[in-house]
Design a protein around this ligand. Structure first.
Ligand code: CA
Length: 220
């Protein structure tokens, strides 16, 4: 994600942050360190993190999934919002970026809430399903490789309880999904995924133009 929420100019974005952002110091530090990472564009924005923390509290979530960890901001913001006995199962296959993540989880004192699985996320999700954890999760955040979105989504939906929410990141893909000239494979994958979700009667949906586009799907 670049700087501002999609379609918001810099001035309005700065205003929005100035009157609403309440970011824990450890999150700010992590964001500043990630800003120096070559793949920094993969980090979620702070107002999106704050929104996700609010959602966690709103639905009283305890058991959550973070699919795509990178340097750990989303896992950390969720873990900080969870009750003491809450849990994030954090899935990522990148040992380097997640080394940064683990350092910050520890610094924030929420390491005990985060069960990190260094493996392809699909393997971890299939393992959870095989362990009969179906229907036991309250919240899932999907922000990993875009071509696997339908696979992550199906598994997340299986693992969620009715009334649980899956949040899917980058659904506007910097606006490219709306450009018919853009035939990039990842753009096409997100476009197809959005269309599929629009027709999916198993969930209630809302697509928010927050950050790079965030769709919420509530399991019926
Ligand atoms: Ca993202």
């Amino acid at each position: 994600m670049g700087k501002a929420s999609i379609g918001l100019d810099e001035r309005i974005y700065e205003y929005l942050l100035s009157v609403s952002l309440r970011e824990a110091e450890v999150l700010t530090k992590l964001r500043q360190e990630t800003d120096r990472h070559p793949a920094r564009i993969m980090q979620i924005s702070p107002e999106q993190g704050q929104f996700m923390a609010l959602l966690i509290k709103l639905i009283g979530a305890k058991k959550t999934l973070d699919i795509g960890v990178f340097t750990g901001y989303s896992s950390l913001v969720v873990a900080l919002a969870l009750p003491e006995d809450g849990q994030v199962i954090a899935c990522d296959r990148d040992p380097q970026a997640t080394k940064i993540a683990r350092r910050y989880w520890q610094e924030a004192g929420v390491e005990h809430k985060i069960d990190f699985r260094l493996a392809p996320a699909l393997d971890t999700l299939d393992e959870l399903i095989a362990q009969e954890q179906t229907g036991s999760f309250d919240f899932a955040f999907i922000d990993a490789d875009k071509r696997n979105y339908p696979n992550y989504y199906e598994r997340a939906l299986t693992l969620l309880r009715p009334g649980g929410i899956v949040a899917i990141d980058n659904v506007l893909w910097f606006g490219s999904v709306a450009d018919p000239e853009d035939t990039d494979k990842r753009t096409a994958a997100i476009r197809e995924f959005n269309q599929k979700l629009h027709q999916d009667n198993r969930v209630e949906i809302s697509m928010l133009p927050l950050a790079d586009g965030l769709t919420l799907a509530l399991k019926r």
